[in-house]
Design a protein around this ligand. Structure first.
Ligand code: LLP
Length: 426
């Protein structure tokens, strides 16, 4: 047995995850199949906690919102960053305490704000407009809701433009130069109590210097807000730590993330004589490398390229199509065999962009082989759809040779479930 990448191993030429043979998993549960290694999630979460011993870690539920995963993290003491009522509901259901939930979002409905008020979670307010709406909703309920403002710090995270969230032109947050007056106004409104500040500059960030730049900018604002007489209870720096999708890629660790933030945070809060709680909201780092997507080869075709047609499509893992992202591909039943030919792995969806991996050297691929797409735990299943009339696949959680279904495979009934044909068309 030898280690392939991180927690993945090869035994008898088969890919093994947490003691489980992936080919046996594919036979037992069918394909496509998401398989998550429970221990790896705990290890990743622990690495964050160790790197930031005094901070609260709010897992970004959008990365992978499966209830079992939220539950595991709740048991580890995680809080949650939620971005919709659905995520809020699931986080609470999984046992994440409401005091450790921040309701984020740039365009929340009144219903969502009402739910935030009812459940008593903190809200990251993205605009003055939202501030007024929340203040009114909270007053009607006779409650006071603790809020942060989401700051747009105008920092370039040097990542894919679609996941850069802290640039001046992005849709998120209040421009940094308007933030102080927003706090001034909020402190005069009923129903809301400004007690935190929040930013998030982007995702899949591989260079930590933008985190330092953002911390400086946020602490400048913290200083000005403190001068207003507002006592901030927390500073939420979001997250965005990248992971090495390519084997040869190096990525910063939570420790590097801490080195980029903590010295500035500690020095500046000390100078101000305040002690707000630091909050981080990692998603990708916690779950990204914990999960593989198993997909079966339907057909191999020699054309302009050697195409391998598999049974998963971008409806199940949209990242390569949407961000040109790289996912390592392993022929799971030939995991230790020598690469022989170059293949392009494509899904069954009627779009040219439905390609998971381009021009990869792999052992000879045949119909029936199982391909594992690695590092599919973050923004994989959570971004899935039923496009092209394809029910979503199942998810399995494995730990030390034990496997549990954590989400059943959808079927045709799930495709038509909520649909109706009007009587006049019958
Ligand atoms: N906090 C907030 C407010 C966020 O918007 C996000 C991610 C996170 C935390 C977690 O960031 P992370 O640690 O996962 O980088 N679908 C894209 C990524 C979108 C990220 C959106 N926001 C992808 O597949 O790469």
């Amino acid at each position: 047995m030898f280690t392939l990448k991180n927690h993945l191993e090869i035994r008898d030429n088969h890919l093994v995850i947490s003691g489980m043979d992936t080919i046996e998993l594919a036979e037992k549960y069918g394909t496509p199949l998401y398989v998550t290694n429970e221990s790896r999630i705990i290890d990743n979460f622990s690495a964050y906690r160790k790197a930031f011993p005094d901070a609260d870690i709010y897992y970004a539920a959008k990365a992978n919102g499966s209830l079992a995963i939220l539950r595991m993290l709740a048991r580890q003491g995680a809080g949650a960053d939620v971005f919709s009522y659905g995520e809020l509901y699931m986080a609470l259901l999984a046992g994440i305490p409401r005091e450790k939930i921040l309701f984020n979002g740039n365009s929340k409905t009144d219903f969502e704000l009402q739910k935030a008020v009812e459940t008593g979670v903190r809200v990251s307010v993205d605009s003055r407009d939202e501030m007024h709406t929340l203040s009114e909703i909270a007053q009607i309920s006779g409650k006071t809701i603790e809020i942060a403002f989401r700051v747009n710090p105008d920092v370039s995270p040097r990542t894919h433009p679609k996941i850069s969230t802290g640039l001046k032109t992005s849709k998120f947050g209040i421009p940094a130069d308007e933030v102080v007056s927003a706090y001034r106004e909020a402190s005069g409104l009923s129903g809301i109590s400004p007690c935190g500040i929040h930013c998030h500059i982007g995702s899949q960030i591989l260079d930590t210097s933008p985190f330092t730049e953002a911390t400086h900018k946020m602490m400048d604002l913290v200083g000005k807000i403190t001068e207003l007489g507002i006592k901030l209870k927390f500073v939420d720096m979001g997250s965005g730590l990248g992971i090495p999708y390519k084997k040869e890629e190096t990525a910063p660790t939570p420790r590097d993330h801490a080195d980029a933030i903590l010295p500035v945070f500690k020095e500046r809060t000390k100078a101000l004589g305040i002690s707000p709680k630091l909050i981080l909201e990692p998603g990708r780092y916690i779950v990204g490398d914990t999960t593989i997507l198993l997909t079966r080869v339907n057909t191999v075709k020699k054309a302009a390229k050697n195409f391998v047609g598999v049974d998963a499509g971008f409806n199940l893992l949209v990242r390569p199509t949407m961000y040109d992202s790289y996912h390592y591909a392993v022929v799971a039943n030939k995991a230790g065999s020598e690469p022989e030919e170059t293949y392009t792995i494509a899904g069954p969806i009627c779009e040219t962009g439905d390609v998971f991996a381009k021009d990869r050297m792999l052992p000879r691929v045949e119909k029936g082989d199982i391909i594992a797409l690695l590092d599919a735990g973050a923004y994989g299943f959570s971004m899935s759809s039923q496009y092209n009339g394809r029910p979503r696949c199942a998810e399995v959680l494995v730990k030390d040779g034990i496997a549990d279904i954590i989400r059943g495979r959808e079927d045709i009934g799930d495709l038509i479930g909520k649909q109706k044909i009007p009587e006049r068309l019958m």
